[in-house]
Design a protein around this ligand. Structure first.
Ligand code: IVH
Length: 706
C-alpha cells in the first residue's frame, strides 16, 4: 500500500482511492486463497487489510463500495449464510431394515412399472455415507454455487467453504452448460481424531463424531476455518442438468468420476434383491475397516428412464431406498420415568438415563413409547419382553438407529433393585390436571385440556416456529417457552401482533436477559418476514394430528390456495359428499387424516385461533408444476378398467404431474374418463353424463406431446 496514514488524516478523495485499492487487493487475495489454493498474503496481513477497510468505511459510510470486501465471506458476516433455492429439491430416502423390506421394495418398483416377474431389474448398491449432503452447481464448467440440503427446497449458500474441499473440482473442462452434482461431505476417522486432538489442545470445541465435525466445519462463516478442517466429498447423485449424464446410474457415476469427482469404490451393480443383500452383507463386514462412517447401503434402480418413470413420492424417490444397519446398543441405569405432554395432548413417557454412549453419541433420554410398552404389552395387548415391565432404577438396554430418538429396548431383571416400584401411568395430565383419557383402540393416553393445557399450547407454539413450519429466525423453542411463560405469546397469532401490542415492545424485550437492541429488532423483522408464508408450511404449522410435512405438501398442491383449502374443509365437515371424497382421494391422505383435519378445523376454539392467525398473514398459493401446454391441466380425470401399458399408480402420478386432478369416482365434475378393458359402472355413468371417454391409447396420444 502506498500510504498508511491514520484514518483521521484521510480526506474523502484519498479514502475513496484507498477503498478501491483495498477492494482490489482483497479480491485478488480471496481468489488466490479459495480458487487456486495458494494464498499470496498471510492471514494476519489479510485480516489487517480487512480491518483497515472496515475502519475507513466506518468513517466514510457514503464511500462504501458495492463490492465492499466487508460483505464477502471470510469476514464472518453476522447474518449467517444466504439462502439458496434448489432448482430441483434435495430429497431424502425411504428406509428399509431387513431382507423383507428389500424384497418389498423390489415388488413395489415392479408393481409400479408393471414389470413381469421374468424380467430382471438391476439396481446399484453403494454405502450410505454418514455425512451431510451438498449440491454443487457448475455453469460452463465452473463451480458457481454450493448449497447444503436445508429443508430440501432451500439450503444455505456455502460456496466459499466448498471451494476449500480438495475433492471438489473448481473447473470441469468439457462439462455440461449446467451441471449440478450432489453428494456427501464427510470427515475420515484419522482426520477426525487429529482435529479433536488439536481442538482440545487449543481449548476449542471437541466434536462427538465425524458427522458433527463435518457439519460444524462446513457451516463455518469463515471459510478459512473450513479450509483448516480436512473435509472430503463423495459424488453419488445430481440435480439440474442441461443434458443427461448417461442412460444408467452406473454410467452416470462413471461420468462424474471422469469429471474429477471421488465416487465410492464399493458401488456395485446387482441383478435383484438376492445380490443386493449379498452386497449389503459384504459392506457391513467391511464397515469397521472403512476410513469413514457409513450407516447403511443405498439401492437405486439402475435404468435412468425407469427412475424417471418411477418419480417421487412427496419427499422420497420411488426408485431408491436406504437399507440401514441395525441399531447400536448399550446398557445403562434408568434414573426416572417422566411424562411429557405433546402438542396433540399425548402423554409420552420419557426415560431419564445415566448418560451412556450409543454408537458415538451420548444418550441421556430415550422414549418409552406408551403405558403398555412400559407394562410389557404391545398395542394388541400381547406380551413383549416376555412380559417384563420397566421401572425406575432398572438396568435397561438402549438403542438408536441413525438420527431417530433412542429407545429403551430391554430390561435386565437380575439387576433390579429390591425397592423398585411398578410404574403407575397417570390418568390426569401432569401439566394442567385435566383428565387424561385413552380412547378405544388408541395406544396413547391424551390430556383433554386442549388449548387450556399449557403444555399443549407451548408444544403447539414450538411446532409452529419449527424449521419445517414458520422457521422464524431468533424465535426457537427456548424463546417460545420464555414468551409463553410471560404470557406475551399464547397462540401463533400473538407472534404477529407482538410488535403492535407492545408499543414499547422493543424496550421491554431489550431489558430482558439475552436480548439486546439488535436481536430484538432482528426478531421483529424476522417475524414480519414470515407474514408471507407458503401454503404447505402454513398447513403443516397448524400442528393438526396426523398431518405431517409430506401430507401438508400434497394437500397444498391439491387445493392450491388457502381459500380453496379452507372452503373444502368446511364443505367436508360432515364427512360425506364430493368435498370429503375429494380430500380422501389425495395421495397420502387416508380417512384418519381426513377426519382429523376436518374435525380440528371445525372446532370453534381452534377455528377462531386459526382465523386470527390467517388474518395476520399473506398465504402464498402453491405454484403447480409447470403444466404449460398440458391438455389436461386443471381437468378432473378418472381412470377405470385395466390399463395395459402402465399401472394405475403410474397413470395417476403422471396425470397429476401434468396438472390434472385424479378422482376415484365419476361425477358431473369429471372432465375425462380413461377406460381400459373391463370398465363397468363408471363408464356407463360417464356415458350417461356425456363425459368424454378415451381408451388407454387415446390417453397416451393425448399426453404424448408434452
Ligand atoms: S442418494 C434422491 N446415495 O442419505 C435421493 N444418498 O437419507 C438422493 N446419503 O439426503 C440421495 N449416502 O444425504 C444417496 N450413496 C448415497 C448416500 C446418500 C448418504 C444421504 C443423503 C440423503 C440421505 C437420505
Amino acid at each position: 500500500m502506498a500510504s498508511l496514514r491514520s484514518i483521521e488524516e484521510l480526506d474523502e478523495t484519498s479514502a475513496k482511492a484507498e477503498l478501491a485499492q483495498l477492494s482490489k487487493i482483497l479480491q485478488q487475495a480471496n481468489l488466490a486463497y479459495h480458487g487456486q489454493d495458494a494464498p499470496e498474503i498471510s492471514d494476519a496481513e489479510y485480516d489487517a487489510l480487512k480491518r483497515r477497510n472496515a475502519a475507513i468505511e466506518e468513517r466514510f459510510p457514503a464511500l462504501k463500495r458495492a463490492d465492499s470486501p466487508s460483505d464477502q465471506v471470510g469476514a464472518a458476516p453476522a447474518e449467517g449464510f444466504s439462502k439458496v433455492t434448489h432448482a430441483i429439491s434435495m430429497l431424502s430416502l425411504s428406509n428399509a431394515f431387513d431382507a423383507d423390506d428389500i424384497t418389498d421394495f423390489d415388488t413395489r418398483v415392479r408393481k409400479y412399472l408393471g414389470t413381469s416377474e421374468d424380467d430382471t431389474l438391476t439396481y446399484t448398491a453403494e454405502p450410505k455415507i454418514d455425512g451431510l449432503s451438498l449440491s454443487l452447481r457448475y455453469e460452463n464448467g465452473r463451480l458457481i454455487q454450493a448449497a447444503t440440503r436445508g429443508d430440501g427446497s432451500v439450503g444455505e449458500n456455502v460456496t466459499a467453504n466448498a471451494r476449500t474441499i480438495s475433492d471438489i473440482p473448481e473447473n470441469i473442462p468439457g462439462a455440461h452448460d449446467v451441471l449440478e452434482v450432489r453428494g456427501e461431505v464427510y470427515m475420515s476417522h484419522p482426520d477426525f481424531e487429529a482435529l479433536n486432538t488439536r481442538q482440545s489442545e487449543s481449548g476449542g470445541k471437541v466434536f462427538a463424531n465425524p458427522r458433527n465435525a463435518a457439519a460444524g466445519s462446513l457451516r463455518q462463516l469463515d471459510a478459512r476455518i473450513t479450509k483448516s478442517r480436512p473435509l472430503r466429498f463423495f459424488a453419488y447423485a445430481w440435480g439440474a442438468l442441461s443434458e443427461p449424464l448417461a442412460k444408467t446410474q452406473m454410467d452416470a457415476i462413471a461420468r462424474l468420476a471422469a469429471f474429477g469427482f471421488s465416487v465410492n469404490p464399493l458401488t456395485k451393480l446387482c441383478a435383484g434383491p438376492q445380490e443386493m443383500l449379498e452386497h449389503y452383507t459384504q459392506i457391513e463386514e467391511m464397515r469397521a475397516t472403512l476410513e469413514y462412517d457409513i450407516d447403511g447401503v443405498v439401492y437405486k434402480v439402475n435404468d435412468l428412464t425407469l427412475q424417471e418413470r418411477l418419480g417421487f413420492r412427496s419427499t422420497t424417490p420411488r426408485w431408491a431406498t436406504a437399507h440401514k444397519f441395525p441399531a447400536e446398543l448399550a446398557w445403562t441405569r434408568l434414573e426416572a420415568i417422566d411424562i411429557q405432554v405433546g402438542r396433540t395432548g399425548a402423554l409420552s413417557p420419557v426415560a431419564r438415563l445415566s448418560p451412556v454412549t450409543v454408537g458415538g453419541v451420548v444418550v441421556s433420554n430415550a422414549t418409552l413409547h406408551n403405558e403398555d410398552y412400559i407394562a410389557g404389552r404391545d398395542s394388541k395387548g400381547e406380551t413383549i419382553r416376555e412380559g417384563k415391565d420397566i421401572r425406575a432404577g432398572d438396568w435397561v438396554q438402549v438403542y438408536r438407529a441413525g438420527d431417530v430418538i433412542p429407545k429403551v429396548a430391554d430390561v435386565d431383571l437380575s439387576k433390579r433393585p429390591n425397592d423398585a416400584e411398578r410404574f403407575v401411568f397417570p390418568t390426569v395430565c401432569p401439566q394442567c390436571g385435566s383428565d387424561a383419557i385413552r380412547e378405544e383402540g388408541d395406544a396413547v393416553r391424551r390430556c383433554t385440556g386442549g388449548l387450556i393445557c399449557p403444555a399443549q399450547a407451548v408444544e403447539k407454539l414450538k411446532h409452529f416456529v419449527s424449521r419445517a413450519a414458520f422457521d422464524i429466525e431468533g424465535l426457537g423453542a427456548k424463546q417460545v417457552e420464555q414468551f409463553y411463560a410471560d404470557q406475551w405469546i399464547k397462540e401463533p397469532a400473538d407472534i404477529f401482533t407482538l410488535r403492535a401490542r407492545f408499543s414499547d415492545g422493543l424496550q421491554q424485550l431489550k431489558n430482558r436477559e439475552g436480548w439486546g437492541e439488535k436481536s430484538a429488532t432482528n426478531l421483529f423483522d424476522a417475524i414480519d418476514e414470515k407474514r408471507q408464508i407458503p401454503l404447505p408450511r402454513l398447513i403443516f404449522s397448524l400442528g393438526i394430528r396426523h398431518v405431517g410435512e409430506a401430507a401438508s405438501n400434497m394437500i397444498a398442491l391439491h387445493y392450491g390456495s388457502w381459500e380453496n383449502f379452507d372452503a373444502a374443509m368446511r364443505a367436508a365437515v360432515d364427512q360425506s359428499g364430493d368435498a370429503w371424497d375429494d380430500l380422501n382421494a389425495i395421495d397420502g391422505v387416508g380417512t384418519v387424516m381426513a377426519s382429523s383435519l376436518t374435525q380440528t378445523l371445525a372446532q370453534p376454539a381452534e377455528r377462531a385461533s386459526i382465523d386470527r392467525l390467517v388474518a395476520e398473514l399473506t398465504v402464498q398459493p402453491v405454484e403447480r408444476p409447470d403444466t404449460q401446454g398440458s391438455p389436461v391441466a386443471g381437468k378432473t380425470v378418472v381412470f377405470t378398467g385395466t390399463l395395459e401399458k402402465m399401472t394405475r399408480a403410474e397413470a395417476k402420478a403422471r396425470a397429476e404431474r401434468l396438472g390434472a386432478k385424479v378422482s376415484g369416482s365419476v361425477s358431473a365434475k369429471t372432465d375425462l374418463l380413461v377406460a381400459g378393458p373391463g370398465a363397468g359402472s363408471k363408464a356407463k355413468k360417464a356415458a350417461d353424463l356425456g363425459i368424454e371417454t378415451l381408451d388407454e391409447d387415446g390417453w397416451l396420444a393425448l399426453i404424448s406431446d408434452i
